[in-house]
Design a protein around this ligand. Structure first.
Ligand SMILES: [Zn+2]
Length: 166
């Protein structure tokens, strides 16, 4: 999570929502990513690190202990993508009451996912991540945020929402 927080700080330095992500095989970092564009629905930190690790031929499989570390609870796109990839464990820092999808359960469990359990650990280094988001909210000029976007998430970051720190 330390490397993911470093990526988040780098994103913040250039004015982006400070989300950082790391894919690791055991203790070995396979790739690092961060949110790279404002108001882009595809270039999330997770998607960027997925592209760097899982593009082209790779020999990783579900028998490998692969973990995604990310500073914010994944959205539905990143959640769905990580369920397709050979990732066995998700560790995230800040919950996202606005768009977080880590608690989604597949209704009826489609066959593809029946044998693909995912371990989820939430709230790891949450306060460090929250302070980066707070700094972002206090400095951003992005219209989405300036105009009151994601109010549930903003309330969490400002300490007025539900939180489950670990
Ligand atoms: Zn996402």
């Amino acid at each position: 999570m330390g490397f993911a927080l470093e990526e988040a700080r780098t994103a913040l330095e250039v004015g982006h929502l400070p989300v950082g992500a790391v894919v690791a095989l055991g203790g070995k970092v396979l790739g690092r990513g961060r949110k790279t564009m404002a108001s882009n629905h595809l270039d999330h930190a997770e998607m960027n690190v997925f592209r760097s690790v899982f593009t082209g031929p790779y020999s990783l499989s579900r028998s490998d202990p692969i973990t995604l570390y990310v500073t914010l609870e994944p959205c539905i796109m990143c959640w769905g993508t990580l369920r397709h990839l050979p990732i066995k464990r998700l560790v995230y820092a800040m919950p996202d009451a606005y768009g977080g999808c880590a608690s989604i359960e597949f209704h009826g469990h489609p066959p593809r996912h029946l044998s693909r359990p995912l371990e989820v650990l939430a709230g790891v280094r949450q306060e460090e991540a929250r302070l980066l988001f707070l700094q972002f909210l206090e400095t951003t000029t992005e219209p989405f945020w300036v105009n009151g976007g994601a109010p549930e998430f903003v309330a969490q970051v400002r300490g007025r929402g539900n939180s489950h720190a670990v």
